[in-house]
Design a protein. Structure first.
Length: 241
């Protein structure tokens, strides 16, 4: 490498110092410019951040409020739904219990109600039968002759029989009694007894072995007993009679 001569060395050193001072100034200027730019950027960033914060706060509040309302509505609906379900569950349980009790009561009373209905129907039918039979007797008084014949036919041979009849039926019975006794060979003697308590068309035959009640009321009672053998009403009527 070629050496620089001494006479040129002094100028080079002086110029070198000058160049170094310029470089220091340039470096300081660059640093200052960088500091100013950094401060500007920071200030601008802070301004933008504040602006964004100002804009975001109302929007965030609105969004949060809307979200809160939605969640509140959903929560309210859920709570209301649960409360409604609970309320109606209790009401349905109470209603089901009432229905069950009503059905049990109905099942318990049904047999008694049906029995009472049967008794009422039979009572009505018997009452109608009694009225119809009385009308038949009024229209045809000779019905008593058939009743007497039926009663005597049920009795085995007996020397003495007492036949109680309604006084208004005496002539009709006397007209057929001798031939009837002879035909049935029922006995040697039948005593007729007038009894106003015996309804027309009926009779009561008494022997030493028992009594045959062929009155209208008694025959209707027998029919009712066949239809309703366990009727409390029938038992009550028996006790009353």
């Amino acid at each position: 490498m070629a050496l620089i001569k001494n006479r040129h060395a002094g100028g080079l050193v002086t110029r070198g110092f000058q160049d170094l001072g310029d470089l220091q100034k340039q470096a300081a200027g660059i640093v200052e410019a960088a500091r100013v730019e950094a401060a500007r950027i920071i200030a601008e960033a802070q301004t933008q951040a504040a602006t964004l914060a100002d804009e975001a706060a109302p929007r965030g509040f609105a969004e949060g409020r809307e979200q809160g309302l939605v969640e509140g509505r959903e929560e309210g609906c859920q709570v209301g739904r649960e409360e409604t379900i609970g309320q109606y569950t209790e009401q349905l349980a109470s209603l089901a219990e009432s229905w069950t009790a009503a059905i049990d009561a109905f099942e318990t009373d049904r047999s008694a109600a049906l029995q009472t209905a049967r008794e009422d129907i039979v009572e009505l039918a018997m009452a109608m039968a009694a009225r119809i039979t009385r009308r038949v007797i009024e229209a045809d008084p000779s019905v008593v002759q058939d009743q007497v014949a039926e009663a005597i036919s049920l009795v085995s041979a007996s020397s003495v029989m007492a036949l109680s009849i309604n006084p208004d039926d005496r002539k009709l019975v006397q007209a057929v009694l001798p031939a009837l006794c002879e035909r049935l060979e029922a006995g040697k003697h039948v005593e007729l007894r007038d009894d106003p308590l015996v309804e027309r068309g009926g009779c009561v035959l008494s022997t030493g072995k028992g009594v045959i009640d062929a009155t209208l009321e008694k025959q209707i009672e027998r029919i009712a007993e066949v239809l309703l053998p366990n009727s409390p009403a029938k038992r009550g009527r028996k006790k009353k009679s």
